[in-house]
Design a protein around this ligand. Structure first.
Ligand SMILES: [Mg+2]
Length: 190
């Protein structure tokens, strides 16, 4: 689902993503490239792996390889404190990572873009939280994709923000619209 990002009232706009997907695998290189997006910043927990888990589901690993093969530059932007797991996944998946003050601060995202050599208008962020991933991306003016959390198990503090996210989503619903589908070709137009 897409959101008309300019439509919500100003106070709500900062948490409004451009898109909402059920899983990262819905994001295709073609759709990103059609928007001029060459780099994708990736949240880790509950986006690429279940919370605190070192295991990347096979369909997600395959999706990462597809992105890389298509020339989409990737970089992890995670608030995790577990640096050794982040390093290990970074090596395993051949994806660099940026560190810095926690999202929704913008510094980590800026470093990631610097690392990849990409301007904000050619970048997107994907993550499962409105208050960290989407907010930081909106603050930086990059394309934001909100993904449904991979697994219900998560940090206790996150459970509180989930309740607020549900409340926000209700307010964002009126600004949601279905994905654009290719217009059917009618024989008369040929
Ligand atoms: Mg997350």
């Amino acid at each position: 689902m897409r959101f008309r990002k300019d439509a919500p009232p100003r106070w709500l706009r900062r948490w409004c993503p451009d898109e909402h997907v059920q899983s990262v695998v819905e994001i295709t290189p073609e759709r990103l490239q059609a928007r001029g997006i060459r780099a994708l910043l990736l949240d880790l927990d509950n986006t690429i792996t279940p919370w605190r888990s070192p295991n990347v589901p096979s369909e997600v690993a395959k999706w990462i390889r597809t992105m890389q093969a298509a020339g989409i530059k990737l970089c992890f932007v995670s608030n995790t404190r577990n640096l050794s797991r982040l390093r290990q996944l970074s090596e395993q998946l051949n994806i660099p990572y940026a560190r810095g003050p926690m999202k929704p601060r913008r510094a980590m995202l800026r470093r990631a873009l610097q690392l990849l050599g990409v301007e904000p208008q050619h970048a997107a962020i994907v993550g499962d939280q409105l208050f960290t991933d989407v907010w930081s991306g909106n603050r930086l003016g990059i394309y934001t994709i909100w993904v449904r959390p991979m697994h219900p198990r998560e940090f206790i503090g996150t459970k509180v923000s989930r309740a607020i996210e549900r409340w926000l989503l209700k307010r964002l619903k009126p600004y949601q619209e279905p994905d654009e589908t290719p217009a059917p070709v009618s024989p008369e137009s040929e």
